[in-house]
Design a protein around this ligand. Structure first.
Ligand code: UD1
Ligand code: CA
Length: 449
């Protein structure tokens, strides 16, 4: 059993932003959401988030996490002061507290579980996560003996030149036996370079404290400025892309491709350069995506090709061909063996099977049956300036070039719409509709002077 506290009250001055640091987005989640995401599998008994700077913004950004308890740190007097705020909430608590910095987003749950396990097995007062890194600048330095028992943590700015040479750093992830921490917290002093109450001083006051080195130092990157934010994004992307390549996905040019960790890809998917996959996107086996695509919250079937196109919140079934330059959005559903070609936009459009809109069309709020053929320049006029209206197009129907279908309107099955028609009334099955004025020819006609 463990209680978790995430420190998220600091402003993050080095970000130079009006947005509190922990709300800065990192590939689909904010920094603090990443931390919460990583601790979730540990099934904490309670989860506290310490808020302060722009506390209301942090609180409302986390409204989808009902289990969280927010604790306000009115003045940000340091990480130790932040944890002091928990004292009234955990008066009779006898168990362990896992404290995480809200700006350390890349931790793996395995690492946290291991830290907790060592902590509990050894009966330590505290166990802290450390790493040995080549550029320790900015991090607290950790000095310990050969048995990994901590002697001291010193903040970078409080280090002597000799102490700065030490490459073992404090990751900002701590397990505490709460009753022991609670006993030392009220006695913290702020006699350091920043005049702050440091959590690291509470660690220094406990005994025994053990350090656990993280296997992959990339996990403990703390985000303090925009450059570290970009580094964190690269690490995250690398992780995700390596995992998909191992799972049988071809990434032709990983460097120009981004894949959020919420995306699911089948084996034998091929991703071409300049492709970006986001949110709850799934792509089936044998599909070929890119170059130049953005696909967000969409489900793509098997053996689908998509080139230079944008697809959001939509579904594409097996064996369909999308693009180049198609835009499919807002719960559109494209059936199997369909084609959506260049400069075609679908909004809330439903296609049956084998239906084609190959060029220059807008189909919004429309239902199309099977084997429909949409001619170039076909438009559903779905908006009367006040409301959106539906267009229904039966199976086997063909629209000629430059047809305007003024919704609400229903075309039956196997209808043919003559080119240039403006269709305002329903058309029965098997009919030809010509809705344009007849061509007039005046022979030997010349303009008058
Ligand atoms: C901290 C550690 C340092 C460690 C590093 C790892 C201390 C004193 N130092 O330094 O040893 O190497 O993290 O990334 O703890 N916060 C509050 N209230 C405050 C101050 C900070 O909630 O009053 C929160 C911040 O929002 C942030 C976290 O605590 O999420 C860490 O604060 P930050 O100022 O970034 O500490 P570092 O200087 O990085
Ligand atoms: Ca930090």
């Amino acid at each position: 059993m463990v209680i978790v506290a995430v420190l998220a009250a600091g402003r993050g001055t080095r970000m130079k932003s009006s947005l509190p640091k922990v709300l800065h987005p990192l590939g689909g989640r904010s920094l603090v959401e990443w931390v919460l995401h990583q601790v979730n599998p540990l099934q904490p008994q309670r989860q506290f988030v310490i808020i302060g700077y722009a506390g209301d913004a942090v609180r409302s950004a986390l409204k989808d996490y009902p289990a969280l308890e927010f604790v306000e740190q009115r003045e940000q007097l340091g990480t130790g002061h932040a944890v002091q705020q928990l004292l009234p909430y955990l008066k009779d608590y006898e168990g362990h507290l896992l404290v995480l910095n809200g700006d350390v987003p890349l931790l793996r749950v395995e690492t946290l579980a291991h830290l907790l396990q060592v902590h509990q097995e050894r009966g330590n007062a505290a166990t802290i996560l450390t790493a040995q890194i080549s550029n320790p600048q900015g991090y607290g330095r950790v000095i310990c003996d050969s048995q990994n028992i901590l002697k001291q943590i010193i903040e970078d700015r409080d280090c002597t030149t000799a102490q700065k040479q030490n490459r073992r750093i404090n990751a900002g992830v701590y397990c505490f036996h709460w009753p022991q921490l609670a006993a030392v917290l009220p006695h913290l002093q702020s006699n350091n370079d920043q005049q702050e109450y440091y959590l690291t001083d509470a660690v220094n006051a406990l005994n025994p404290v053990m350090v656990v080195d993280v296997e992959d130092y990339e996990e403990i990157l703390g985000v303090n400025d925009r450059a570290q934010l970009a580094t964190a994004y690269q690490i995250l992307q690398n992780r995700t892309k390596q995992a998909w390549m191992k799972a049988g996905v071809t990434l032709i040019d990983p460097a120009s491709t981004t894949i959020e960790d919420t995306v699911e890809l089948a084996a034998d998917v091929v991703i071409e350069p300049q492709t970006h996959l986001r949110g709850a996107t799934r792509i089936g086996s044998g599909s070929h995506i890119g170059p130049g695509c953005l696909i967000e919250n969409s489900t793509i079937g098997e053996r689908v090709t998509v080139r230079y196109s944008v697809i959001t919140d939509s579904q594409i079934a097996d064996d369909s061909e999308i693009g180049p330059f198609a835009h499919i959005r807002q719960q559109s559903v494209v059936g199997d063996h369909c084609r959506v070609g260049n400069f075609v936009e679908l909004k809330k459009a439903h296609f049956g099977s084998h239906t084609k809109a190959s060029h220059l069309a807008y189909l919004g709020d429309a239902t199309l049956g099977d084997r429909v053929n949409i001619g170039a320049g076909t438009i559903t006029a779905n908006y009367d300036g006040v409301r959106k209206h539906q267009t229904h197009i039966g199976s086997g129907t063909k629209t000629g070039s430059n047809s305007v279908l003024v919704a609400p309107v229903t075309l039956g099955k196997n209808v043919t719409v003559a080119a240039g028609s403006t269709v305002t009334d329903d058309v029965p099955d098997n009919a030809l509709v010509i809705a344009r004025s007849r061509q007039v020819i005046k022979p030997d006609w010349q303009p008058k002077d």
